[in-house]
Ligand binder design. Structure first.
Ligand code: ADP
Ligand code: ZN
Ligand code: MG
Length: 477
C-alpha cells in the first residue's frame, strides 16, 4: 500500500467572455449582426487602419454597469482602457483594446445553490476577427466582421469546487445576462465563451496548486467535460509523483480530452499600457442609480416570489424562472385561471418534452397559455380524462387549435354516461366469461384486466372513476 496516497480537492476559476448585444460595435458604428457575409460589417476603425480614432459606444458602458450591479460588484467611478499587444492575423491593429489595471466592475458575487462564488472583476474589451482555414484551399482567410464587437469579461475567484458547480455558475450567469437583455447567451454563435482554470491541491492545503487553463469552451457540457477530464489527468500526474506544469490547453470535443497548446514559458508578454486614444471612463453616482432603476426582477427574486405567491416547490420555481419568457408564460396561464401546480406540471413535463423533440424554443410554440388553461378546464369538469388530455395537448401543440375543437373533431369526449358504459362493460364480461368466473372466485386482481379491455374498446375515453366503480359492481354480481 502506498503511504503517500493523498486525496485532492478541485479548485476552479472561470473567465467568461460575453458578447454585448448592442446594435453597433464598440468603437465605430458598424453593425454586429451574426452570420453576415464576411467583411461586410467593417470600416477603417475596426479593421485597424492607421490614423483613425476610436469613439466609445456609451451603451457598452451602460450594459457592463448593469451586469456589475446584478452581480453585486462595486462599479468603478473611474476606469480606463489599456492596449493588450500581440500579433495575430485576426487582429489587424496589433493590439486589442481591453481594460487592465482599472476595470469597470470589481469584487462581486453570484449565489449558486447555497454557495457564494466571488467575482474578481468584470471588464470591457473588443473582440478580434476570425481566421477561416478551409482545407480545400492553401490560403487562410480572415473575417473581420467580429473585430470590434463589444465583449465583457467576467473573472471569478478560484471559488468553484467541481465541474458541476462551474456549469451551474455559467447557467446562472447566462440567465441573468439574458434577463438584463445585455447578451443573448447564444453559445453556439459564440456569444458566451468560457476559459476554465483548474488546479488540484491536497485536501487541507491552503496554498493553490499549479493550474491549467482550458481555452474557449462554448457549451455548458464542454465546460463540465473538459474539467472532468482535467481532474482525471491532473490526479494521475500527482498520484504518480509528477508535477503539473502551468499551461494553456485546448479541449477536443471529439475525443473529450484536453491537449497542450502552450506552456507558461511560451506565453505572451502583452506589454499592457494605457490606451492613449480614449479618455478614461468616468461614471457618476447619478448614472449608476439611473441604470439600477432599469434592472427588473432577476431569476433568484422571481424564484422566491413563485414559491411564495404560487406555492410552487422551489424546484419548479427555479426551472420556470430560468428564462423570463418561460416565467411570463407561466404567470399568464395562472392569470387566466390555471392552477399553478397543474400549469407547472404541464410546462415542465409535456411542453418541455415536445419543445425538445421538435427543437423549438417556447416563444415558437403554437401552444399558448390560454390553450393550456382551456384544456385544464375540460379535465376539471370531466369532459376529458387526464389520459386523453395528453393526446389533446400534443394535438394543440402541433396545430395551435383549441382543446374543445380537437375534442369535438376527434370525438374524444369522456364517456361519463352510465348507459353507454354499461353496454360496453356487459359485452366485455360476456365475451370473457372465464376471467369473470376467476374474478368471482376471488382473483380480484383481474379488475385491471377488465379495465384495460374497456379502455381499449372506448379508445381511452371511459371516465376512469366511473369505470372502476361500475366494473367492480358488475363483476361482483
Ligand atoms: P493569470 O495570471 O494566469 O491570468 P489570474 O490570477 O489572472 O491568472 O486568474 C485567472 C483565472 O484563473 C481566475 O478565474 C482565477 O480565479 C483562476 N485561478 C487563478 N489561480 C488558480 C489556481 N491555482 N487554480 C485554479 N484557478 C485559478
Ligand atoms: Zn467598424
Ligand atoms: Mg489574468
Amino acid at each position: 500500500m502506498k503511504t503517500n496516497m493523498k486525496t485532492y480537492e478541485t479548485v476552479i476559476g472561470l473567465e467568461i467572455h460575453a458578447q454585448l448585444s448592442t446594435k453597433t460595435k464598440i468603437f465605430c458604428s458598424c453593425p454586429t449582426q451574426f452570420g453576415s457575409v464576411p467583411n461586410t460589417q467593417t470600416c477603417p476603425i475596426c479593421i485597424g487602419m492607421p490614423g483613425v480614432l476610436p469613439v466609445l459606444n456609451k451603451k457598452v458602458v451602460e450594459f457592463v454597469i448593469k451586469a456589475g450591479l446584478a452581480t453585486n460588484c462595486t462599479i468603478s467611478k473611474h476606469s480606463r482602457f489599456a492596449r493588450k499587444n500581440y500579433f495575430y492575423p485576426d487582429l489587424p491593429k496589433g493590439y486589442q483594446i481591453s481594460q487592465f489595471d482599472l476595470p469597470l466592475c470589481q469584487r462581486g458575487s453570484l449565489t449558486v445553490g447555497d454557495k457564494i462564488i466571488n467575482i474578481n472583476r468584470i471588464h470591457i474589451e473588443e473582440d478580434a476577427g476570425k481566421n477561416i482555414h478551409d482545407s480545400s484551399d492553401i490560403h487562410s482567410l480572415v473575417d473581420l466582421n467580429r473585430a470590434g464587437v463589444p465583449l465583457m469579461e467576467i473573472v471569478t475567484e478560484p471559488d468553484i469546487a467541481s465541474p458541476l458547480e462551474a456549469g451551474a455558475f455559467m447557467r446562472k450567469l447566462r440567465a441573468i445576462l439574458r434577463y438584463l437583455e445585455i447578451c443573448d447567451g447564444n453559445m453556439e454563435e459564440g456569444s458566451l465563451r468560457c476559459d476554465a482554470n483548474i488546479s488540484l491541491r491536497p485536501i487541507g492545503q491552503k496554498e493553490l496548486g499549479v493550474k491549467a487553463e482550458v481555452k474557449n469552451l462554448n457549451s455548458f457540457r464542454y465546460v463540465e467535460k473538459a474539467l472532468e477530464y482535467e481532474i482525471e489527468r491532473q490526479t494521475k500526474i500527482l498520484t504518480d509523483g509528477g508535477r503539473i506544469i502551468q499551461e494553456t490547453r485546448l479541449f477536443n470535443t471529439q475525443s473529450g480530452k484536453t491537449i497542450s497548446m502552450r506552456s507558461k514559458e511560451e506565453s505572451h508578454d502583452y506589454r499592457y499600457f494605457p490606451e492613449p486614444d480614449l479618455v478614461p471612463i468616468e461614471v457618476s453616482d447619478q448614472w449608476i442609480n439611473e441604470i439600477r432603476e432599469t434592472i427588473t426582477e432577476l431569476p433568484d427574486q422571481k424564484t422566491a416570489r413563485f414559491v411564495r405567491d404560487y406555492k410552487l416547490p422551489s424546484y419548479d420555481a427555479d426551472l420556470l424562472s430560468l428564462e423570463k419568457y418561460t416565467a411570463d408564460w407561466f404567470e399568464e396561464a395562472v392569470r387566466l385561471g390555471g392552477d399553478s401546480k397543474q400549469v407547472s406540471n404541464w410546462m415542465m413535463g409535456e411542453l418541455m418534452r415536445l419543445l425538445n423533440e421538435k427543437n423549438l424554443s417556447l416563444d415558437k410554440s403554437p401552444l399558448k397559455p390560454n390553450l393550456l388553461v382551456d384544456m385544464l378546464k375540460l379535465v376539471t369538469d370531466g369532459t376529458i380524462s387526464g389520459k386523453i388530455a395528453k393526446t389533446v395537448f400534443e394535438d394543440m401543440f402541433n396545430t395551435g387549435k383549441s382543446a374543445s375543437e380537437i375534442v369535438k373533431e376527434k370525438g374524444l369526449v369522456q364517456i361519463s354516461d352510465l348507459g353507454e358504459l354499461d353496454t360496453v362493460i356487459d359485452e366485455i364480461i360476456k365475451s370473457n366469461s372465464k376471467e369473470y368466473e376467476r374474478y368471482k372466485a376471488g382473483e380480484t386482481k383481474l379488475l385491471g384486466f377488465f379495465v384495460g379491455l374497456v379502455m381499449k374498446a372506448t379508445k381511452g375515453k371511459a371516465n376512469p372513476k366511473l369505470l372502476n366503480s361500475t366494473l367492480q359492481k358488475k363483476l361482483s354480481t
